[in-house]
Design a protein around this ligand. Structure first.
Ligand SMILES: Nc1nc2c(ncn2[C@@H]2O[C@H](COP(=O)(O)OP(=O)(O)OP(=O)(O)O)[C@@H](O)[C@H]2O)c(=O)[nH]1
Ligand SMILES: [Mg+2]
Length: 441
């Protein structure tokens, strides 16, 4: 991937639309704009209507064009935009005209944002926020991504990094003093600052993964004996026929996931195989996966057949510590009997109890995901890993007496935090970050 190439891409979605936006970034953006319009450059950052011509001189379309000379552009390079009519033939003709210029090629997924990062227009958390904004499906995801784009995380992490860098500078200076003239107060102050940042990081880390859950979705596993109606429930929640329903016990084997938007939160509901002992190897594997999913889920719906109250479900795990909603299905049948006082009653045949169950799910999601504080939340495992590393270094730093070791641990903490925003190792991290832009492309 060459950085001095000029790149272009369809910035708007594929498919028929009123308007399509083609964006060009790089040194040849200027000549592209000149040549395709056959006119001088338009005023800076001002939309004007121009005819767009193919290299043959034939008119392609009349379009709104914009000119953003670098460095005051999204990527920091010269950028041109063509807002053309959204038909496929128009887009293809403009793309072909652009690709015909020497040094101009189609951009790779995320390449515009990548250049913005490399040119210092955005830091990594903001680049991640753009990926999140483009894939946001719920209000909570949109708001969280927007806060991150506005620099909520960058500001926090940069402050920690600069405080630790200051402490490090003091310790490094102290190392140059001889033992008898060592300024003890300075060392004590460096310890105090390291401890204060460690405390803040710890608080930031104990957030019940709220930000990650908003972004990735709150996970719900529907488990229960065969034939309880698990697949029927998942279909009812999804509002479409995603899983096979049949009176044959043991129908579902694979885990089937549906994504829902409950009260503005992304919720991923998983249908699983009915729990029973089975000599069929495939069904047994399905049961193993069902139990594993119950263990990893944020909430478990234990779905039972109310006409068949056999022994309690053995989820053989730590599910006592997580929310388990027990729901008795088939309330429409005559021999139905409901159980515990907190249990829900449901009939997927008549729809009775479905609204109550959805309300309970929405409340559970809100309880775990709602962010009542104004503090920015961690949104990715990548951030968490780096902060855990920084914490470990700061904890060590708190207990060492040799100044060289103290300095080394502070340096490791500064570096770990710097990796989150891309203040250090940015080139190495870009590939990891930009995988997000490729998903679904
Ligand atoms: N009467 C009645 N039948 C239901 C209800 N819910 C589901 N059923 C029926 O029960 C049978 C099993 O439903 P499924 O949704 O396939 O059950 P499951 O729990 O996914 O079963 P497995 O995948 O085999 O574990 C089907 O014949 C459904 O039509 C209900 O509320 N009332
Ligand atoms: Mg099923």
């Amino acid at each position: 991937m060459r950085r001095d190439d000029t790149i272009f891409a369809l910035a708007s979605g594929a498919g028929r639309a009123g308007v399509a936006v083609l964006r060009v970034s790089g040194p040849a953006a200027r000549i592209c704009l000149n040549s395709l319009t056959g006119r001088p450059l338009p005023p800076v950052r001002r939309a004007v209507v121009r005819a767009i011509f193919a290299l043959t001189g034939e008119i392609i379309d009349r379009a709104l064009i914009l000119w953003f000379p670098g460095p005051d552009s999204f990527t920091g390079e010269d950028v041109a935009e063509f807002h053309v009519h959204g038909g496929r033939a128009v887009i293809e003709a403009v793309a072909a005209a652009l690709a015909a210029f020497p040094g101009v090629r189609l951009a790779e997924p995320g390449e515009f944002t990548r250049r913005a990062v490399l040119n210092g227009k955005l830091d990594l958390t903001q680049a991640e926020a753009i990926a999140d904004l483009t894939s946001a499906e719920t209000e909570a995801q949109r708001l969280q991504a927007l806060r991150q784009y506005d620099g909520a995380l960058s500001t926090l992490y940069d402050r920690w990094r600069s405080e630790l860098s200051k402490a490090l500078a003091w310790v490094e200076a102290a190392i140059d003093f001889s033992d008898d003239e060592l300024p003890q107060e300075v060392i004590a102050e460096a310890h105090r600052m390291g401890g204060a940042v460690a405390e803040e990081i710890e608080k930031h880390l104990t957030d019940a993964r709220r930000g990650e859950l908003v972004r990735d979705g709150f996970t719900v596993a529907v488990v229960g004996p065969p034939n309880a109606g698990k697949s029927s429930l998942v279909n009812a929640l999804a509002g479409r026929d995603v899983a096979i329903v049949s009176e044959t016990a043991g129908t579902t084997r694979d885990i089937i996931e549906v994504r829902l938007n409950l009260g503005g939160y992304a919720v991923v509901v998983a249908d699983t195989a009915g729990l029973r002992q089975s000599s069929d190897a495939i069904e047994a594997e399905g049961v193993r996966r069902a139990l594993a999913r119950a263990q990893s889920a944020d909430l478990v719906i234990a779905l039972r057949d109310g006409t068949n109250a056999d022994k309690p479900l053995a989820l053989n795990d730590n599910s006592d510590s997580k929310t388990v909603l027990t729901v008795w299905n088939k309330a429409d049948l005559p021999d139905f009997g409901a159980r515990g006082p907190d249990d829900l009653v449901l009939s997927l045949k008549t729809g009775e109890g479905l609204d109550t169950l959805i309300a309970a799910l929405t409340e559970a999601a809100r309880d775990q995901l709602e962010d009542l504080s104004e503090a920015p939340v961690l949104t990715r495992a990548r951030h968490r890993e780096a902060l855990v590393e920084a914490m470990a270094a700061l904890e060590r730093a708190g207990s060492v007496s040799a100044l060289e070791l103290f300095a080394e641990d502070l340096r490791l903490a500064v570096r770990a935090i710097g990796r989150i925003t891309g203040r250090v190792d940015v080139e190495d991290l870009l590939d990891v970050i930009f995988r997000d832009f490729c998903i679904g492309k």
